[in-house]
Design a protein. Sequence first.
Lengths: 231, 237
Amino acid sequence: MTADPFQTASDVLSEAGGRIDELARPFVRFLPVSGASISTFGSLLGAETISATDARAGRVDELQLDLGEGPCWDALITRAPVLEPDFASSETWPAFSDGIREENIAAIFAFPLMFGPLEIGAVDLYSSTPMQLTDLQQKQSMALSAIVSRILLRHAVSGGEPGETTTFSRRLIHQATGMVLAQLGTKADDAYLIIQARAFADNRPMRDVAEDIIERRIRFGTLRETGEETP
Amino acid sequence: MIETTRTEALFDAFTTLADTLVAGYDVLELLQSLVEYCHDLLDVDSAGILLANPDGDLEVVASTSEANALVEIMQLDADAGPCLESFRARAVVSVPDIGVDSERWPDFTSTARTRGIHSVYAIPLRLRRSTIGTLDLMRNERGEIDPFDVRAAQALADVATIGILQERTIRDASTIRDQLQQALSTRIIIEQATGVVAETEKLSMDEAFACIRGHARARQTPLSMVARQLVSGEIRL
């Protein structure tokens, strides 16, 4: 088996750990695109460019965040990839196209970052020459986006959690984690992250959310649309 | 007469435990058996074992009921109560009536009393210079605990301590700290597994835990392994 570029990118991402500013790089390593950028925005997290492989990628991102329009917004709203292989002749985003004209961008692709029902942000990929992404490349990009979503979510929520995690509350949280993993058919880590994110989104202590789960006042449905299909 | 039967039962318990220690065992399984022996053989209504985590805080690792209400009381005890005192002083702490000096440990006392608990005995788990946790015995009645029970409980506590420390020598390289850490992290998997079963079988946490324990016993599989398999989805009860 020769090293599969996608697998390599996936491994690099998974190991990125705390270096969230390096999250965009693996995308340009395995796809024939010129640059990549990753930003958080939407209902949960503040609008911010997290990682960009080059200045132009950063500009692509920043402009969309400033204007509130562009492929990354559409990707997150529709929870699906937005593919623009011929960006030069596209009229979908007049303000964004206008603002980015000098950057000479030929193709642009945006993938949503989400985790279950939560909105995280988007990945933007651009190319200076017209190009298409194959079906496989799209699926692989979605898979990498799912990894990025987890890393960003974990990063965002790990700072929060104000005090109040006693030994007893942790016990409740572990029991709730078990219930959520059974509800969703996920792994324990993801179930824990879902509880953590729910607490973060509702601005409540994890213990309270865990108690609601144990008392069956909160139930999680299926974890769909996480871009989780194996490429 | 009754006394003789009880001594015999206790003797049987020690024999069973000794066999377990020789055969190789799961630490949490052993601790769970110990609290159940305390409950069955001694005049106590609930019992628990608390171990110190690497930060030096006591955590409940086994209790006669997994109902969160009881565990919470023991945890309050661990944070500020007879258990913590016993652990720090490395001595038995006997509180025949927790209502007498209710200001001493206000959170623990008020919560325990609402659950009908009136007297508490905390016995340190120690071997030579190491104190690794406490055995917590609770009664719904006020009054001194029977001296026979104190001695029996101390002997059971010693078995628990030796059990934990001995497993350390089996694994050789690991320190006591690693050993305790291992028991505490296994506890996390057991909580998760309890949650899984509570969800899939529509049970309370207490019932779910009993169900897992029963399954492990029936198949003679370590509790921690059953828990791991439940969490990973390899088995369903």
